[in-house]
Design a protein around this ligand. Sequence first.
Ligand SMILES: [Zn+2]
Length: 401
Amino acid sequence: MIQRRGFRYRLYPTPEQEARLLAWEGALRALWNAAHEQRRLYLARGARLPSAFDQINQLTELRAEVPWLAEVPRNVCAQVLVELDAAWQRYFQQLARRPRWKKKGRDPVAITEPHPRVFRVIPGGVAFPKLGTIRAILHRPLVGDPKRCTITREVDQWFVSIQCEQAVPEPERRPGPVVAIDRGLTNLLGDSDGGLVPNPKHLDASLRRPAHAQRVLARRTKGSQRRARARLRVAKLHRTIRRQRAHVLHVLSARYAKSHGVVIVERLHVAGMLRGGLGRHISGAGWASFCTMLRYKLEATGGRLVEVPAPYSSQTCSACGVVDAASRQGDRFRCVACGHEAHADLNAARVLLSRGNLGDAGRGGFRAVSGPVKRQLRVVRRGHSTVQVPGLLKSPGLQAG
Ligand SMILES: [Zn+2]
């Protein structure tokens, strides 16, 4: 099987390289917004949506007229259009929310060179088209063939991610123990082995800090140096929280992937990802990334992630199966039918475990779920392509930025 791994390194661009990277970010954001707007217009007029291919074909004309877009390597521009197309496809398949405008300061912009051999990883740096060699700390060696290269910014720090592919023998199926994990209501996680993972205290402390910094920011005069510094401080505090969250999820997913052969989790739908779950300490998006971590960590060691339907798991008795909202009292579960008592977070995990086992019946093994469940396209194409819709160049979305 082909193993895909990403290797991420910190980049140290020179001031000239950084200025260029920031300009590219602005140009790519404008390109995304223009191409997104074109798709919205087509959709509103009932025309066939342009494909990534259609939009890439318009790039030549666009780059000839917009000099700051021509500064960005063509491949990198094209990749933005490919990613926009993928985002719309995920939306139509109900796997993700509808793509939206990229807003400066809110949405990250990735600078991706999708072709190997155009970029190069060399000792002490990464050579990227039109930028030369950017100094990098290569703290561990690349394994496999480098396929693509993505530069991203986290507030004032730059990173490069090199995606590599390598043919490896299929890992042996590991029969290891089975566990179900559920997002807790009073805890971070509960599992069917009876383990409760409390919310990390340090994260709670971190979460209070941006609020104060935000109030300071609100007091600063618009356009002032002190306001810029205050904004940087807020952004850095949010970055710290993002990293602390990701760290906690990496440690936990690694622990479960190591100790168990099959991990059962609730199948999360787009609606759940949007809402984030009532009263839960892990957001829907956080849970989705936890499941992604679990999946690739389990696959690497021959284990498996199994997703089961989640409805009413918190109101279902894990002992007798009776569903009743009255059984839930805060963080206690006391079954109104059979009197079974447990911590609510543990009861829900055991319900997921039994659902995973039920899905097993007669099939001689857990149903393997390797990716999100694909559903039928709903509304994709209506009407005909004869409707007149402006091209990329005329769409109102393209502004210098
Ligand atoms: Zn019961």
